[in-house]
Ligand binder design. Sequence first.
Ligand code: ADP
Ligand code: ADP
Length: 224
Amino acid sequence: QSAISIRGLEKTYAGGKQALRGIDLEIPRGSMFGLLGPNGAGKSTMINILAGLVNKTAGRADIWGFDITDHPRNAKASIGIVPQELVFDAFFTPFETLELQAGLFGVPKAKRRSMELLRAVHLEDKAHVYSRTLSGGMKRRLLVAKALVHNPPVLVLDEPTAGVDIELRQQLWDYVRTLHAQGTTVVLTTHYLEEAEALCDRIAIINNGQVVANDLTSVLLSTA
Ligand code: ADP
Ligand code: ADP
C-alpha cells in the first residue's frame, strides 16, 4: 500500500509556466523517499500541492488513501510538511509555536507534547526565547517539530538542509533517520545527490516537471 500515490499530476501556473507535466509516482508506506532534481524541476510545486498550498491543474494525489487535491483538508491528519522557507512566528517562542500548533490540531496535553518535541529536536534550552533569535539550523529543527505535533504517518521535508551548516545537517539527518526507524514514512526533496544517497532507500529523479528515473537508491546509483 502506498503512503502517497500520484497520478497524472499536472501544474501550469498563471502566466503559463508548466511546472509539472504528468507526474506518476508511488511512495510506499514506511519508505524514506527522495525527490532529487535540479532547481526549477518542479519538486516544490509537487510538495506544495501535497500540502494544499497550490492547486493542481490536472491529475490526483492520494495521501494515505484519500485524494487531497480536491479536498486538501483530508490531508491534514496524515501529513506533516516542513517548508523550504524558514517561515515561522518570529515573536512567538518555540514553545508557544508548538503549543499553538497542537491546539490547531486538537492534540491532547499540548504543553507536554510541545516540551517532548523540543527535547527531541534539542531545542529545550531555547523553549522560551523569541524564535527570530534562533540560528538557521535551529529554525529548521523547530519547523520539523511543528510538522510532527499531530504525529502524522507521513513527513515531507522540502530541502531540509538548505542553509543548515555541516554539523547540524548531520544532526538533522540522524533525527530524520530516527523518525523513519519509528515507522514514519519520510519524503524529502533535495538537489544534493549525497543527501539523497545518505538518507533515502528510494529515489525519484525529477527533471523539467517529469519523473525521469525511479528506483532503489542502490540500483539507481550503480547505473549512474
Ligand atoms: P496558483 O495557480 O496555485 O494559485 P499562481 O500561479 O497564482 O498559483 O502563483 C502564485 C503566486 O506566485 C503568484 O502571485 C505569482 O506571481 C508568484 N510567482 C510567479 N512566479 C514565481 C516563481 N517563479 N516562483 C515563485 N513564485 C512565483
Ligand atoms: P524546484 O522545487 O524543483 O526548484 P519549483 O517547483 O519551485 O521547482 O519550480 C518549478 C517551475 O515552476 C520553475 O520554473 C519555477 O520558476 C516555476 N514556478 C514555481 N512557482 C511558481 C509560481 N508560483 N508561479 C509561477 N511559476 C512558478
